[in-house]
Design a protein around this ligand. Structure first.
Ligand SMILES: [Zn+2]
Length: 247
């Protein structure tokens, strides 16, 4: 409780400090009604509250951000099944989401099947990107294994779903200069991080900031939309980036 209160105060202080209406990417792991497939899943009621807040704060959910202000891209990581079970709620509201898939997890227990992903893609409200082959920290691999994780996942998704894959999301948000270099060489032009910030203020070219939204209470969520979580930037950078400073 105390911890939550401190977090709320920090987020709202951040919103005052950094407060902006910049376009941003937010991320979740799953949504659920009765059955949660992961402790990272967001109850559907809370998720719908978030959508309401997005609308009330004059943001629009888009497939790809193209405007500096007022746009939100919603992303999901890992490929849990709850998204499929609740997908009609998104279609009804014309909400587009981007899903980052771990290719080894497809068709496994608690994860989406190939058929379910195809069905969602067919609705026009889903796009997909790679989240590696095995979900191990990319910054810990040697170059050869790193290249395998990047290339094999891209190729598998392209073969399975017959489309170009150009977005990558780092497992556990972990990356390094080598990860960035090899990802770009592999053909990824958008690298989704777990560092908070505005879409058009990347800390490095192609490196896209994202804000964690999955358990945010509605009032904290509005502070996040205003950029309040940038107050955690240094802490997140230390947790996720191997080479020190991005400046
Ligand atoms: Zn993940």
């Amino acid at each position: 409780m105390v911890k939550n209160a401190v977090k709320t105060v920090l987020l709202h202080t951040g919103a005052l400090l950094y407060g902006n209406q910049d376009s941003k990417v937010i991320y979740y792991h799953d949504i659920h009604d009765n059955t949660a497939y992961t402790s990272m899943s967001t109850p559907i009621k809370l998720f719908l509250k978030h959508l309401e807040t997005i609308q009330n704060m004059n943001y629009t959910v888009v497939q790809e951000i193209t405007n500096r202000k007022n746009e939100i891209e919603i992303t999901f990581d890992d490929g849990f099944r709850g998204l499929y079970e609740n997908f009609l709620l998104l279609i009804d509201r014309k909400i587009h989401v981007k899903l980052f898939l771990v290719t080894d997890f497809i068709d496994k227990k608690n994860y989406l099947t190939k058929g379910e992903i195809e069905e969602m893609l067919g609705s026009g409200y889903l796009s997909i990107g790679s989240h590696s082959v095995s979900h191990q920290n990319l910054d810990l691999h040697d170059r050869k294994r790193l290249i395998y994780e990047l290339e094999a996942s891209k190729k598998k998704l392209e073969d399975l779903f017959d489309r170009q894959i150009s977005s990558l999301c780092f497992p556990r948000g972990r990356f390094s200069d080598l990860v960035i270099e090899e990802s770009e060489k592999t053909g990824y032009s958008k690298l989704y991080s777990c560092l908070p910030g505005s879409y058009f203020s990347p800390y490095r070219k192609n490196l896209i900031p994202r804000s964690l939204a999955q358990h945010a209470l509605p009032s904290d969520f509005s502070a996040i939309l205003n950029g309040g979580d940038q107050i955690y930037f240094k802490r997140y950078l230390k947790m996720h980036y191997r080479n020190g400073d991005l400046a």
